[in-house]
Design a protein around this ligand. Structure first.
Ligand SMILES: Nc1nc2c(ncn2[C@@H]2O[C@H](COP(=O)(O)OP(=O)(O)OP(=O)(O)O)[C@@H](O)[C@H]2O)c(=O)[nH]1
Ligand SMILES: [Zn+2]
Length: 215
C-alpha cells in the first residue's frame, strides 16, 4: 500500500503518472491519427454502420483528430504548459483560491466524459503565477484518459512544481458519465476528491480553503 509516509515524492510522482509504454512517442501525431482513423473505422464497421453515408464518412478522421489533438493531447509532455511566474512585490502572503475551474476529462475505463469543477489554492512562497495558468494546468492534466483520484494528484503535483511550494490544495467535484449515461445509471451522484499538502494539511488552513469554495 502506497502512503505519503512510506514513499518519496519522486516515487509518488512515478506512481501517479498515466501508464504509458516506453515507445509511446515513437509515432508522430500524424501517424497516430492515421492509425486511430483506421481502427475507429473498424469499430464503426463492426457496429454495422455505413461508412459510405455522407454524415458518417469522416467520423473516423474526426475522432482520430479529437483524440490526438484535443481530448488526449495531455498524454504528450510536449503539450505541457510552461507557467510563467512573476515576482510578488506587494508581498501577498495569503492563500489564493481559484474556484470553479471547468474540468473536461475522460474516464480511462470507458472512454466517456468526466465533467465537473476543480478548486485549487496555493500560498505564495514569494512568487505568483498568472491566473490562467492554473486553468491550463487543470486542462492539461485532464486531457488524458483519467481516474479522478489520479487527476487530482497530478494537478497538485504540477502546481507544486510550477509554484515551487508544497503549499497547495486541489478539490475536484465531478460527474462521471460512465456512472450516469450507462451502467448503474445514477444521474445525480457526484465524486469528490481532494489533495492537500504543506500548510493545507493544517486544520485551520484547510478550513479556510473549504470556507471559500461553496461545495
Ligand atoms: N476509482 C475510480 N473508479 C472509477 C473512475 N471512473 C470510473 N470508475 C469505475 O471503474 C469501475 C470499472 O468497473 P468494471 O466492473 O470493470 O466495469 P463495468 O462492468 O463497466 O462496471 P459498471 O460501471 O458498474 O457497469 C466502475 O465501477 C466505474 O464506476 C474513477 O475516476 N475512479
Ligand atoms: Zn468509466
Amino acid at each position: 500500500m502506497l502512503t505519503e509516509d512510506t514513499i518519496t515524492e519522486n516515487e509518488r510522482s512515478i506512481a501517479f503518472d498515466t501508464p504509458l509504454r516506453t515507445d509511446a512517442f515513437e509515432l508522430d501525431d500524424d501517424a497516430k491519427m492515421k492509425l486511430i482513423e483506421h481502427h475507429f473505422a473498424g469499430i464503426m464497421q463492426a457496429l454495422g454502420l455505413d461508412l459510405a453515408d455522407d454524415s458518417l464518412r469522416d467520423t473516423p478522421r474526426r475522432v482520430a483528430k479529437m483524440y490526438v489533438k484535443e481530448i488526449f493531447s495531455g498524454l504528450d509532455p510536449a503539450n505541457k504548459p510552461v507557467p510563467a511566474l512573476f515576482k510578488n512585490p506587494f508581498q501577498y502572503g495569503q492563500m489564493l483560491v481559484e474556484r470553479n475551474i471547468a474540468v473536461f476529462s475522460n474516464c480511462e475505463h470507458h472512454f466517456v466524459p468526466i465533467t465537473g469543477k476543480a478548486h485549487v489554492a496555493y500560498i505564495s512562497n514569494g512568487q505568483v503565477i498568472g491566473l490562467s495558468k492554473l486553468n491550463r494546468i487543470v486542462q492539461y492534466c485532464s486531457q488524458s484518459p483519467q481516474l479522478q483520484e489520479r487527476l487530482t494528484i497530478q494537478i497538485a503535483m504540477m502546481l507544486k512544481e510550477a509554484l515551487e511550494t508544497d503549499d497547495v490544495a486541489v478539490i475536484i467535484d465531478a460527474h462521471h458519465h460512465c456512472v450516469s449515461s450507462r451502467g448503474v445509471k445514477d444521474t445525480d451522484s457526484m465524486t469528490l476528491t481532494a489533495e492537500y499538502s504543506g500548510k493545507f494539511l493544517e486544520p485551520e488552513t484547510k478550513k479556510e480553503f473549504l470556507s471559500y469554495i461553496n461545495l
